[in-house]
Design a protein around this ligand. Structure first.
Ligand SMILES: *Cc1c(COP(=O)(O)O)cnc(C)c1O
Length: 431
């Protein structure tokens, strides 16, 4: 199999070259020699050296069209009003910034605030992005939505947005995942989506991505690819980050109202990185706010035992963009493991890769056992059952808070609720 990509009119064969380095340069106007030019992130699609588009040439016009429409509509008052309406009346925003005083007291250090994305309709942050992309698709005149899903959470959020907006919805899912996550398959079908089990390759997420991309290339005139995290080729990481930034924008207002100042720390779990970048982005310029992303440490530090590319990976190209990623000894995408299906991804968003490389944010790991313990702690102490993904962020806050002073403030993104995870946790606790 050969996967060809084109960058600056040069064709690279990804099967021959596992890494392609991109040099930003342009001729100066007076015909002088090459000079580096500063291109804004929005123009270039790069975050430092990360991001970009490493895709088959057929997809370039699709991405160009998406970018054109996105830049046209993102600040349009009517579009913003429509999105705000659905946020308020459908999702239930603004959700609270809740002072977890029981947990704070138990830990005896910094105050811990929880941004309650778990209270959103459908139980997590993913709906923020799906509604935004759904409204954008409508503006673009696209009536057919496709998506791929592994654990099923993005599939359910996509199917929900499509039901609301009256759009056709097709979800590609590896056959093995459809069996593991049969309840989510049923949810999607209830919501009117068509779930297509993918039987090629290993019959998991990677194969579903391939099939969804083939569908997009074939049906690009009327089809919109709804991407679920802050990953993928430009402009997706920017679009998803912007639609998730409502999390950080609300948090900023709420912490000023409740504390009269900014927090000392932000903490969020990182899978592809959408809930984290949504919280972080409005604070990146606030140099006094420390930013911590929590990756899944799984069961160990060896390849295949975790899904922590920012901690254990190196820069490389995966699914059409450059980021930190996990590669095995042969340079192939490594297999991954996490107790939390939503964090189980060998790559990570390009903006997180840049925040790490530039040392603006710190990335740490929390292992399966610590996440499981934090899942139980938050349930017992605050009466809030968190998603296993969010439990990674909680576990880190449990380590950090006691080392801080009582007048310091941590804001933690509670990305989702744990109803989906109680059966899995019950089985694990039995062992
Ligand atoms: C999908 C999911 C995540 C991980 O995705 P990000 O894009 O990294 O946010 C985290 N928490 C919950 C509850 C999820 O459903």
């Amino acid at each position: 199999m050969s996967l060809k990509i084109i960058i600056l009119n040069r064709v690279f064969d990804l099967t021959q070259q596992s890494e392609v380095f991109f040099i930003k340069s342009a001729k100066s106007k007076n015909g002088g020699k090459d000079m580096a030019v500063k291109i804004s992130e929005q123009e270039s699609g790069y975050f430092g050296e990360f991001g970009g588009r490493y895709v088959p040439t057929e997809l370039l016009p699709v991405l160009d069209q998406l970018k054109e429409y996105y830049l046209k509509y993102k600040d349009e008052p009517e579009f913003q009003e429509e999105l705000a309406y659905y946020h308020r009346d459908y999702v239930g925003r603004a959700n609270p910034l809740y002072l977890a005083s029981n947990l704070t007291e138990k830990l005896g250090g910094a105050k811990i605030y929880l941004k309650r994305e778990d209270l959103n309709h459908t139980g997590a942050h993913k709906i923020n992005n799906c509604l935004g992309q759904g409204l954008l698709a409508r503006r673009m005149g696209k009536k057919r939505i496709i998506a791929e899903t592994g654990a099923g959470q993005h599939g359910v959020a996509t199917a929900t947005a499509c039901a609301l907006l009256g759009m056709e919805c097709i979800i590609y899912m590896g056959e093995i995942d459809t069996i593991r996550q049969h309840l989510n398959v049923f949810r999607m079908e209830l919501l009117g989506a068509q779930v297509i089990p993918v039987t090629s390759g290993g019959k998991v997420l990677k194969d579903a991505v391939d099939q969804a991309l083939q569908d997009l290339i074939k049906n690009r005139a009327d089809t919109f690819y709804m991407l679920g995290s802050a990953v993928g080729p430009d402009p997706y990481p920017t679009i998803v980050r912007d639609f998730q930034s409502i999390i950080g924008q609300e948090t900023k207002k709420q912490i000023y109202q409740q504390e009269g100042r900014l927090p000392d720390y932000l903490i969020a779990c990182v899978g592809g990185g959408s809930n984290a970048i949504g919280l972080f982005y409005p604070f990146v310029q606030e140099q006094d706010v420390k930013i911590i992303g929590v990756e899944p440490g799984g069961i160990g530090n060896n390849f295949g035992e975790n899904a922590a590319p920012l901690t254990f990976g190196n820069p490389g190209i995966i699914h059409g963009f450059k980021c930190y990623m996990l590669k095995d000894a042969n340079g192939e995408i490594a297999s991954t493991h996490s107790i939390a299906a939503g964090l189980d991804y060998p790559g990570v968003g390009p903006e997180h890769s840049y925040l790490k490389a530039s040392a603006r944010a710190e990335y740490v790991t929390v292992n399966d056992q610590e996440a499981l313990a934090a899942f139980c702690t938050l349930s017992k102490v605050e009466g809030i059952i968190p998603a296993l993904e969010s439990a990674h962020a909680i576990a880190h806050a449990i380590k950090l808070a006691p080392t801080l002073k009582k007048d310091q403030i941590i804001v933690l993104n509670l990305s989702g609720r744990g109803d989906k995870d109680v059966q899995q946790v019950a089985e694990m606790l039995k062992q």
